[in-house]
Ligand binder design. Structure first.
Ligand SMILES: N[C@@H](CCC[C@H](N)C(=O)O)C(=O)O
Length: 295
């Protein structure tokens, strides 16, 4: 007889937070002692049988994590981000805001400037005492090769924007044309994104003002995506003939998402700043039975 025991013998502390309704389970683990296989993350993020979340933020000291040790001199804390299906992603913009808010609440960071290590490099955070959080997201890369996305009877060309993680941005007349987004939109050629892609659908709302929906790799349709909003703002700016590197003037887009509003500014040096809310809404402990390994 196979004896199956819980991966964690004692209740595991967690918190829950969100940024414009992109919601995350936060697992504090400064010394990196908690093993989080994909199946455990998927269970914790399950909206019926688990806590529920678009992703999980594993909070680890950079010095204690092999992927972050080299950044420890610049950033004390590493955001070990996982998608809801347990897959690993390079970056999560809303996640960094929520991560910073958690560090503040836990007394690990004070309001003001803070650095957070991510797989996409060190991100600078401006953390107000309450209210919005601003992140310096780094520069966008704009690979030439894009894909065609198809949903229902509609097909759109997309702009390829990399914010540390990959995005395909489609401009649409009506956000409803993206359908229910219960499954990932089909795209060709698939070779452009060998590791999958986040797909954004964007409609104009006014001057430098757009609305978007997103299907996230590893999480499905979410109510907000920070890196996606940055990708959308850059794609919209180039479509509108605006490039701060050429004009020397910053450009700001207002991006409306189902879960709220983000302000995205591109500076003349290419740096992209994202501003939006981040809140912690609950705190508790996970029952070890939830984390009994599958047979
Ligand atoms: N919601 C995030 C992005 C999370 C990662 C993404 N699903 C991926 O796999 O690249 C954000 O706010 O940026």
């Amino acid at each position: 007889m196979v004896r199956v025991t819980a991966l964690y013998p004692a209740p595991l502390p967690f918190l829950k937070g969100h940024g414009t309704e992109n919601d995350f389970v936060i697992v504090p683990d400064p010394a990196n002692e908690i093993e989080l296989p994909a199946w455990a993350v998927a269970r914790i993020c399950d909206r019926r049988a688990g806590v529920g979340g678009d992703g999980l933020l594993h909070v680890v000291k950079s010095a204690a994590h092999p992927e972050a040790r080299a950044m420890a001199g610049e950033a004390e804390w590493f955001m070990d981000y996982r998608n809801a299906d347990g897959s690993i992603a390079e970056m999560c913009g809303n996640g960094v805001r929520v991560f910073a808010r958690y560090l503040q609440r836990a007394g690990h960071a004070a309001a003001g400037e803070l650095a957070v290590a991510t797989r996409g490099g060190v991100k600078r955070v401006h953390l107000a005492k309450d209210g919005d959080v601003t992140i310096s997201m780094g520069r966008a890369r704009l690979p030439e090769e894009g894909v065609t996305v198809a949903v229902g009877g509609h097909r759109w060309p997309t702009r390829n924007v990399n914010m540390g993680n990959p995005h395909a941005v489609a401009f649409v007349d009506d956000l409803d044309h993206a359908g229910d987004l219960r499954s990932a939109p089909a795209y060709t050629p698939s070779s452009v994104y060998p590791d999958g892609v986040n797909v954004e659908f964007v409609a104009d709302r006014g001057e430098r003002h757009v609305a978007m929906r997103v299907h996230e790799r590893g999480s499905g349709e979410t109510r907000s995506c920070g890196t996606g909003a940055c990708a959308v703002a850059v794609a919209a700016a180039r479509r509108d003939g605006l490039d701060p590197a050429v004009t020397g003037a910053p450009v700001t887009y207002t991006v409306d998402l189902p879960g709220g509003r983000l302000l995205i500014t591109e500076l003349p040096d290419g740096e992209i700043e994202m501003t939006g809310p981040a809140v912690i809404i609950a705190e508790g402990s996970l029952d070890p039975a939830l984390l009994t390994p599958p047979q």
